[in-house]
Each structure stands twice: as structure tokens, then as C-alpha cells.
Design a protein around this ligand. Sequence first.
Ligand SMILES: *Cc1c(COP(=O)(O)O)cnc(C)c1O
Length: 393
Amino acid sequence: MDKKWNTRTKLVHGGTRRSQYNEVSEAIFLTQGFVYDSAEAAEARFLQAGEDEFIYARYGNPTVAMFENRIAALEGAEDAFATASGMAAVSGALTSMLKAGDHVVSARALFGSCLYVLEEILTRYGVEVTFVDGTDLDAWKSAIRTETSVVFFETIANPTLEVIDVAAVAELAHAVGAKVVVDNVFATPVFSRAIEQGADVVVYSATKHIDGQGRALGGVILGTSDYIRKTVEPYMKHTGGSMSPFTAWVMLKGLETIDLRVRAQAEGAEAISDALQGHDKLSRVIYPGHPTHAQHDLVQRQMGKGGTVIALDIKGGQAAAFRFLNALEIVLISNNLGDAKSIATHPATTTHQRLSDEQKEVLGITPGLIRLSVGIEDKDDLISDILGALEAV
Ligand SMILES: *Cc1c(COP(=O)(O)O)cnc(C)c1O
């Protein structure tokens, strides 16, 4: 029934299940389990749970199901499984479908914990992983082999905002029968069309734009019904990374406003990137939505918009970057992104601190680099805050 609706309608009404009280706002079913009318009913449900029948919150819960149905409708996916965090989603999506002897090809520029899962955990269980420069199609072509079973990448890399061509990499992967798993946080559920473009599995940290108000950790895995119910669900329900009903309620309410928030954030990011181009204290302003971005055509084709994050390289290295951060009055120094509040991060000393200097150099994480996640504040206030802090540099 949701199928004919446009995005904003799906985000407000998609997946709603009402109790016997016909509440307006979605109910939080804060319960670990459910009572059966009889012993026979319990036996029948364990044998085959119906569409609206639940057993135990680790397996599923009405509030969690509402969130799963709503995000699946937004993403154009057949089904979804909600997880306790973004990392439970990334590790669950991959581990549930891989076995010893499998080969994975992954982009090298990854969120630190994603890199840990691929480099340290999967390899411990006999999965071979080859890392490539995700923006180089020839590198993908030579790394993907007939026995490759999964290809993994972040559609926009953190923090340097390089964009990976979903359709082109999917074509190479599908030619050998490999599944394409994308971590789509930076592209956002609002601007991404990853499934339409060839991704088989899309993963989000719901902690970012889906909550969008810094309240809760969460994640979600999206894909075909077959993959979600036969591969992901058995893995997640037995290993314990399911989303709590309270978190699902927070994320459902986040989805109601995500389109409004993310579009306002992208508009702010565009205005800030325009205002900072050519600034004499900056050696680089990287924003996928600006015509000077190295892959601007791809961004236009793949997302239409540049997203909500900008990277700035401040001349004068770490000392200058710290002076900039310490002079900001509205923008917070923190490490979340996609939040309603604007947040600035110094990746070299925080999120990417553990990387060696060589690894930082390969990934373009310079001492002056600042990642700026643009919130929903007034864009003129944000521009004057940032210009003022650059004066202090
Ligand atoms: C934040 C993030 C994650 C991890 O999500 P959590 O909710 O913090 O577990 C994974 N991938 C990307 C790209 C992220 O930005």
C-alpha cells in the first residue's frame, strides 16, 4: 500500500502498525517478549511466525518492524533488518554472508571500525581481503576475480569525500557473480539511489542522519527479502546485535523529518562551500556538490546533491587547525556527523589518530584537515562563525 506514495509521505506514514488504541504517534513496545494464548499457539509461532507475530525482541518487535518497513520503503529495498549500531550492521551484513575461503575486494579508504572488521576479523576466519583505491576502476577490475564473492565500499569516503561509482563497480562485481555491499552513510538515505544503481546490500549507521539529533546508536541492513530473512536475520538473532525497541522509536521519529533536515543541511553545506572557495587561509575546500570537486559529474549522476559534509584544509597544519576549532562559537568540536547541530572534527588527531603517518598521507588526511558536518542552523550564522574562526587562525 505504501508503494504509490512519494518520499515524504512514506517517511511519515510508511510501516505504521497501530495497537488496539489507535494511537497517532507510533507506540514503543518496550517488551522483550510476547504472551501466547495457549501452549499450542506458542508451538505454532515457533514453527512459523506470521507477519504480525513476534517471539522475542532479539528476533523482532513491532516498533523495530515499523522502523524496518519505513526505511525499506524510503530506500526502495524489499526488506531491512535493524541493528544495535552502524558497526553491528556492517559486521552483520558481511559476516552473515561470508565463509572461510571467500574473497572480498574492498576500497581502502574506510571508517576505522569498518577497516578493522575487514582487515583484522574476517581474515582471522579465513576470508581473503584485497584492498584497492576505490576511485580507480582499473584497480577494481584487476582485483575482482571469478572467486570474489563480495565487494565492499563506502560510497563517499570519510573524511576526504572521494566518491565511488556505484553503477560501474557493481557491473564489474556482478560480471563474476559477486554481491555489492555499500556503507552509504555519507551519501545519506535522502540522496542515495544505491540499490537502483546496482548495490545488492546497503548499510547505514542510523546514528548519523537517521536519528540526526545525536540521541542513540543504531544501524540498518537493507536488501532483498531473501537475503534479509534467510541470511541476515538468522545471523543477527543468534549473535545478538538487534536494535532495541526504544532505539527503533527514536529512529522512526528521525525518519519523519529526515528529508527536511538533510535537504536543509545540504543547502547549508552548499552555501558554506561557496563562501569558502579561494579563502586565503585554506589550501583546499572539498565538497562533492561544488563544481571544483574532482568527481563532480559522478556526484551529479549518482546523488544529485553534494551531501552534508565539507572538508577544509587549513594552511599552517595542526596548530592552525586547532586555533580554528577553538575559535568556533556555534559549530561544536565533536565527532558525530549528520546531526542537526554543526560539528567540526580534526580527523588526524581523533577519528583517524591510530593510522600511521604513511596511511594518513595515502588517504589525504593532512594535519590541517577539518571535517565539517553541517547542521540545520541558519546558514548565514554558520558562515560568519566559520569566517570568524578563520580570522583567528
Ligand atoms: C559512523 C559510521 C559507522 C559506524 O556507525 P556506529 O553507529 O557508530 O556504529 C560506519 N560507517 C560509517 C561510514 C560511519 O560514518
